[in-house]
Design a protein around this ligand. Structure first.
Ligand SMILES: *[C@@H]1O[C@H](CO)[C@@H](O)[C@H](O)[C@H]1NC(C)=O
Ligand SMILES: *[C@@H]1O[C@H](CO)[C@@H](O)[C@H](O)[C@H]1NC(C)=O
Ligand SMILES: *[C@@H]1O[C@H](CO)[C@@H](O)[C@H](O)[C@H]1NC(C)=O
Ligand SMILES: *[C@@H]1O[C@H](CO)[C@@H](O)[C@H](O)[C@H]1NC(C)=O
Length: 225
């Protein structure tokens, strides 16, 4: 039963990640889908999340850009006493902790990027030296999330299945580096380069609807960053 449920959730999330044909407003233009596979302590992941993805999200409404993040990267999982344990994370044990916390935060916010990104951004800004638990206290407080609830999830068998699912989704994504960015279900070196460096520009160019204010503004201002 538990296995079935996990398979179901993975199927749903993989559907989301692969940009399955679901539209919230079928009459309007589709939002540009941006999916990011990342690792919590990877400097390039941290840079992309905090200087491109989150700032761009703040500029564009949900009907223009639809964000999904998958915290896992090149981690490994093993089963211990019925619980999935993440190990051998690229940037050390604290990265495994950060990935697992992120998986809990995503689930606690029903995978709604608008809800989880402020918290995830705060964690990525504050965990440069790997002090995940200190960052968690600070960021939970700043974002009105329950630290005890996150820790309970983090320590639980159910919580371990959440990061295991992130691993399954990541494996299905066939990534070769992190962050790995898909735009509208597509990935290439050019897409990766442009999204990593100028996400707003990429989304503005792809969006088919009426030009959002932030896109208009960017043409007047000199591109910074
Ligand atoms: C974002 O994409 C997912 C998967 O395609 C979809 O379920 C969700 O409704 C989209 N959100 C918006 C605001 O379009
Ligand atoms: C903080 O979260 C609690 C519980 O989720 C909610 O009742 C409250 O309105 C939130 N406060 C703010 C300022 O968002
Ligand atoms: C989580 O488990 C660790 C040991 O693995 C323990 O030190 C900590 O107190 C636990 N936290 C909660 C909230 O249960
Ligand atoms: C994941 O989210 C669901 C729905 O909000 C909740 O029922 C479940 O307890 C959460 N899982 C964990 C481990 O927190």
């Amino acid at each position: 039963m538990m296995v079935l449920r996990v398979v179901f959730v993975v199927a749903v999330v993989v559907g989301v990640v692969s940009g399955a044909a679901v539209c919230s407003d079928c009459d309007g233009p589709e939002p540009v889908e941006v999916v990011t596979y990342y690792e919590s302590m990877c400097p390039f992941s941290r840079k992309f999340l905090t200087t491109q993805l989150y700032p761009t999200m703040k500029l564009l409404p949900d009907n223009v850009m639809n964000v999904t993040i998958v915290p896992y990267g090149f981690a490994h999982e093993k089963e211990e006493n019925g619980k999935w344990v993440m190990y051998n994370c690229q940037h050390g044990p604290s990265e495994c902790v950060g990935n697992a916390i992120a998986a809990c935060v995503l689930n606690m916010t029903s995978y709604e990027s608008r809800e989880y990104m402020p918290m995830i951004n705060c964690m990525e800004v504050n965990t440069r030296h790997g002090h995940q638990m200190e960052a968690l206290s600070k960021c939970a407080l700043a974002n009105n999330m329950s630290e005890p609830e996150i820790l309970t999830c983090y320590n639980s068998t159910e919580g371990s299945q959440l990061h295991y699912q992130m691993g399954q989704i990541t494996h299905a994504g066939h990534i070769h580096y992190v962050p790995h960015i898909n735009v509208n279900g597509q990935h290439s070196k050019v897409i990766q380069y442009n999204a990593y460096n100028h996400l707003l520009e990429v989304v503005c160019q792809l969006y088919k609807g009426p030009e959002p204010a932030a896109c208009k503004a960017r043409q007047q201002a000199t591109l910074v960053g």
